[in-house]
Design a protein around this ligand. Structure first.
Ligand code: HEM
Length: 398
């Protein structure tokens, strides 16, 4: 019998990992309710899908991202992450440079300064929401910088990103929410359009100017591709990194032994960040659709079947990561896929890793201890990214 998983079941929202473990033990793929997708929880199956973009297309997501009530084209649905070759290859080549080492080196001192400022302003010795007071601030400043948006707009980014993410999960009768989301699209297009216009007139040393200047075989990005890319950056680059920092703080508050080791030896930080990415995958899903009839793990998949890859399940697969449910700072060299794999491998992965390292360094300079409030964690509702909604912590001085 086909195993089933309900995305909206309270026990799945609270803790998907025991459910993932059970599904990995089933011989076939799971049916994902209520959306009717096939769910992938095993590492080997995920690798097969990621490595075969001809058979497992990324374009099927666009239809879901553009519901009729939106009343306009969704720039996100035409961004690089929802394209197949050859268009994907061309667009990715164009934007690659904007994420290269030169761009990162240019950003590094700015990220460090943002992180130090956010850490300096952290209230110590009393309960604070770590998300609002720290985890959100660094990625928001970085995205603001990448998109060339005024710092006064940073507080809006979370709402913008939330609304874009919720476009796919808003019920047909949720008219108020739909109106809010439509307004957000208008607002974003207006601000981002102004930035594009400004950089076109007077280029600067930033990513938007790089994107405008990028050429492959004499071709530049179209207006829609540029807007799609800026929308994607906001969603892909903000919430994921916020959750990476929140998960890091959660682990550190629960494991004082790990905190002591990493604080004492900062060279362990990259290893710590990798294990957090494995143990608590910030991006929880990737979507694909089959272009022809095929079979995976004994499950027949007719052409046009939709597939949800559960990155959080894949990264705890015992077949790839022994004792996968255990956070282990000494884990050695087991290839993981928290940033996906293959042609769509996350363009922002080096940036996210850099942000996490610099943010945690700044945090350790200021704080010697992180204490939770012992209450249950309230998790967010998204199926794309997973992290705490709020994270009450008391931070002790270094
Ligand atoms: C912890 C942080 C992050 C995680 C876990 C993450 C995860 C992912 C994953 C899983 C994919 C692949 C999606 C697929 O195969 O369908 C992806 C793609 C992408 N990510 Fe990230 N991401 C993170 C941060 C960032 C940042 C900071 C940026 C940029 C500012 C970024 C930009 C992108 C872009 C542009 C793509 C599309 C690449 C393509 O389709 O070729 N991400 N990300």
């Amino acid at each position: 019998m086909t195993a089933r998983l309900n995305l909206f079941a309270p026990e799945f929202r609270a803790d998907p990992y025991p459910i993932f473990a059970e599904l990995r033990r089933q011989p076939t793929l799971a049916r994902v309710e209520p959306i009717g997708f096939w769910g992938i929880t095993r590492y080997a199956d995920a690798l097969e899908v990621f490595k075969n973009p001809q058979l497992f297309t990324s374009t099927g997501q666009a239809a879901i991202a553009e519901p009729a009530w939106l009343g306009q084209r969704n720039p996100f649905a035409h961004s690089v992450v929802m394209l197949d070759p050859p268009r994907h290859t061309r667009l990715r080549a164009l934007v690659n440079r904007a994420f290269g080492q030169a761009a990162l080196s240019r950003l590094e001192p700015r990220i460090r300064a943002y992180a130090q400022q956010a850490a300096a302003e952290l209230p110590l010795g009393r309960l604070v929401d770590f998300i609002d007071s720290f985890a959100l601030r660094v990625p928001a400043a970085v995205i603001g910088e990448l998109l060339g948006l005024d710092a006064s707009l940073h507080p809006r980014f979370k709402r913008w990103a939330d609304d874009i993410v919720h476009t796919t999960s808003t019920p047909p009768d949720a008219h108020e929410m739909q109106a809010r989301i439509r307004a957000t699209y208008q607002e974003m297009q207006q601000y981002l359009g102004e930035v594009l216009e400004d950089r076109r007139r007077s280029p600067r040393e930033d990513m938007v100017s790089d994107l405008l200047a990028a050429r492959v075989d004499g071709e530049s990005l179209t207006g829609e591709e540029l807007m799609g890319f800026l929308f994607l950056l906001l969603v892909a680059g903000l919430e994921t990194t916020v959750h990476l920092l929140a998960h890091s703080a959660l682990v550190l508050s629960e494991r004082p032994d790990v905190l002591a080791r990493v604080r004492a030896d900062r060279s362990l930080l990259p290893r710590f960040v990798e294990e957090v990415l494995r143990f608590a995958a910030p991006a929880q899903t990737a979507v694909r659709s089959t272009t022809a009839d095929t079979e995976l793990s004994g499950t027949r998949l007719p052409a046009g079947s939709h597939i949800l890859l559960f990155l959080g399940a894949i990264s705890r697969d015992e077949a790839q990561f022994p004792n996968g449910d255990r956070f282990d700072l000494d884990r050695e060299g087991q290839a993981n896929m928290p940033f996906g794999h293959g042609i769509h491998f996350c363009l922002g992965a080096p940036l996210a890793r850099l942000e996490a390292r610099l943010a945690l360094e700044a945090l350790f300079d200021r704080c010697g201890g992180l204490e939770g409030d012992a209450g249950p964690v309230q998790w967010n509702e998204s199926i794309t990214v997973r992290g705490p909604k709020v994270l009450p912590l008391t931070l002790r001085p270094a």
